[in-house]
Design a protein around this ligand. Structure first.
Ligand code: ADP
Ligand code: MG
Ligand code: MG
Length: 248
């Protein structure tokens, strides 16, 4: 069964059509790139999948379950996860403490804004394992605020992993990351596939997209123009004409 399906999903806000008739089936374990010009609807698509916003048309399914009307925390606990924004890191807490907070949120032990959750051995072990998975074991005790942009992104991914997602949504994970940090971050993203996790990634760096993904979804003016292998997408005449004078 496909882990995630969108059936004719649309979003209309105050008479403006933001997203139109998007259908997509994503098999378990796939890495899907999402590309398109600014304002194409990529982030909106992730918002509708994760529950930040509700679709006004169509159905969003996760493992066959209709999630269209479920709020964000229900979807997150069911395994639909997206990275936290950098601003949600507690800069004054260590990397370990940040991941532990995310783990407690998943366990129902409190929300991410709970400043002093009960520290359990299990949460500490889980935090160590997740930090190791993203290559931050050496920074476990470092303050989040002192990490490089690339390491902050890795920490956000470790926090997401602490919630044990089956589907991971990454919105421009390379944004603001120095070019020297990009290969390391690509390795981490490549590794997210372990355990059959499915990854959807909005990304502007084409070398990142082409180097990582199984398929590419192309968004344009709120529509899904194509979803195919990178090779086929690049040769698609509809995609080519949409991009003339309108680079990614
Ligand atoms: P992308 O991530 O591809 O750059 P977005 O999904 O952020 O694009 O935005 C797609 C379009 O929807 C843009 O024109 C944006 O201005 C509009 N939009 C996004 N969210 C809202 C909202 N909450 N209300 C009104 N318009 C919105
Ligand atoms: Mg944008
Ligand atoms: Mg966006």
């Amino acid at each position: 069964m496909d882990v995630l399906t969108l059936e004719r999903v649309g979003l209309q806000i105050g008479g403006a059509r933001i997203l139109n008739d998007v259908s997509l089936s994503i098999p378990r374990g796939e890495m899907l790139g999402v590309i398109g010009p600014n304002g194409a609807g990529k982030t909106t698509l992730f918002n509708l999948i994760s529950g930040v916003m509700f679709a006004t048309e169509g159905v969003v399914r996760h493992n066959g379950r209709d999630m269209t009307r479920e709020p964000i925390h229900v979807r997150a606990r069911a395994g639909l996860g997206r990275t936290f924004q950098t601003s949600s890191l507690f800069n004054g807490l260590s990397a370990t403490e940040n991941v532990r907070l995310a783990a407690q949120a998943k366990a129902g032990g409190g929300s991410l804004v709970t400043r002093f959750p009960r520290v359990t051995d299990a949460a500490t072990r889980l935090a160590a394992a997740r930090l190791d998975e993203v290559g931050l074991a050496d920074h476990a005790q470092s303050l989040a605020g002192g990490l490089s942009h690339g390491d902050k992104r890795k920490l956000e991914i470790a926090m997401l992993l602490a919630m044990d997602p089956s589907v991971i949504l990454l919105d421009e994970p390379m944004a603001g990351v120095g070019s020297g940090d990009i290969p390391g971050l690509m390795d981490v993203i490549r590794g997210l596939h372990h355990g059959g996790r499915t990854v959807l990634m909005v990304e502007h760096h084409m070398e990142v997209v082409l180097g990582l993904v199984d398929r590419v979804a192309v968004m344009h003016h709120g529509e899904l123009l194509a979803c195919d292998t990178p090779d086929a997408v690049m040769k698609n005449p509809t995609v080519q004409s949409a991009y003339l004078g309108d680079p990614v």
